[in-house]
Design a protein around this ligand. Structure first.
Ligand code: GLA
Length: 383
């Protein structure tokens, strides 16, 4: 559907036959705000994502068309700079990364479309970066290896969108596998594929439909506070590079060292990292009940210690956690809005949606969106 639409619009605008690429968004089962402290994360790619049609043009111009926004944007490869807040900045950032790595890029025409809700914490920006990276590399006969592409996308988002993000989102978009999650170690940037068998449960995202404006500055602040904690803790634990290097048993000692403002943030990262390991074990043994408990613990830690939740997400998570047919629920992604991830008994999804819809609407006057997700493949060229 999206492929046909994209091809038709591309042909109408640029009068050429394009090549097509797709990169998915991601969910994260557990391991939130750990990636930029070299921690562990357990994301998975989803079927929703960004589609790109591309063909070279014989100039130094890049001409972009967004099907979803019905907007155009053009820039010259010889002179461009970040356009923070604009969708085109992610394409510019990827051009910049490839050029910095030594590529001499040709101009190109590109149409972009997607079926991933923007601002819902499903990493539409990573999907756009990865899809455009694949597409631009391809029209320039470049074949960056997958990890390099993930690093380019991360750097691009840092430099061209101002978010000091970790590597999880583009990595999951690139390496995702069907019916599996990716246990990614952000220290050595390697992953294990974890097959996910949910038996009679399913993953349903609930989109709160809010995105509070402090999200990006708070994200960068949290990251900075972790770095500050590491600097302080290095005097007592000289061998550490990041919070990843500290075990939960050390928390009492860490508490006695860190300023009371810093400690809860460090505690979140250290305990969340341990939860990822426990979650991978629980999933491996088919212990969904314990996995659900870990989701709930993760939410509490993100909300109370890391302080990246908001009233809407707290409400959605706690309502879901009260339901006997929900094994676990937590906010997902950077925070301050976006989605909760919920493990819901398949036979009860209608009841789940009905109850959450009514109570959320009652409390906030917003109708939430329900997004059931399957775990899917990573980015690829399309026929
Ligand atoms: C955003 C960032 C990721 C990660 C998550 C929180 O999605 O892009 O790198 O830090 O937040 O886990």
């Amino acid at each position: 559907m999206m492929r046909t639409l994209l091809k038709t619009e591309f042909y109408k605008l640029f009068d050429q036959e394009p090549d097509l690429f797709f990169a998915p968004g991601r969910i994260n089962l557990i391991g939130e705000h750990t990636d930029y402290q070299e921690g562990l994360v357990l994301p998975a790619a989803i079927p929703h994502g960004i589609y790109i049609a591309i063909a070279p043009n014989d100039s130094s111009q890049v001409r972009l068309h967004s099907v979803d926004f019905q907007e155009e944007f053009a820039f010259d490869l010889n002179s461009f700079s970040p356009k923070v807040g604009h969708w085109a900045t992610y394409v510019m950032g990827m051009c910049s990364q490839l050029m910095q790595a030594g590529a001499k890029l040709r101009g190109f025409d590109m149409a972009i479309g997607g079926n991933i809700p923007v601002g819902a914490g499903l990493s539409s920006s990573a999907a756009l970066s990865v899809a455009s990276g694949l597409a631009i590399a391809s029209v320039n006969d470049l074949v960056p290896d997958k990890k390099t592409l993930a690093r380019y996308a991360q750097k691009s988002e840092q430099l061209f969108a101002g978010l000091n993000c970790g590597i999880m989102d583009p990595y999951a978009s690139i390496f995702g596998e069907s019916k599996s999650a990716i246990l990614l170690d952000c220290r050595d940037i390697n992953h294990d594929v974890i097959p996910i068998e949910l038996e009679d449960y399913q993953i349903i995202l609930v989109n709160s439909k809010v995105k509070h404006t402090l999200a990006e500055s708070a994200y960068n602040d949290r990251r900075a506070s972790c770095e500050e904690s590491v600097d302080v803790l290095k005097t007592s634990f000289p061998q550490i590079n990041t919070l990843r290097d500290l075990d939960p048993e050390l928390l009492p000692e860490i508490e006695s060292i860190l300023h009371p403002d810093l400690y809860p943030k460090a505690k979140h990262v250290i305990s969340e990292n341990a939860r990822v390991i426990q979650a991978a074990h629980a999933l491996g043994k088919g212990n969904l009940g314990y996995f659900g408990d870990l989701l709930n613990q993760s939410h509490k830690s993100l909300s109370e210690d890391y302080e990246v939740s908001c009233d809407e997400l707290d409400f959605l998570a706690s309502k879901a956690q009260e339901m006997e047919f929900v094994l676990g629920s937590r906010m997902m992604g950077g925070g301050f809005g976006g989605c909760t991830i919920n493990l819901v008994k398949s036979s009860e999804t209608i009841a789940f949606e009905k109850e959450i819809r009514a109570s959320y609407k009652d409390e906030f006057g917003i109708v939430p969106e329900f997004i059931p997700v399957e775990l899917s493949e990573g980015a690829k060229a399309l026929d």
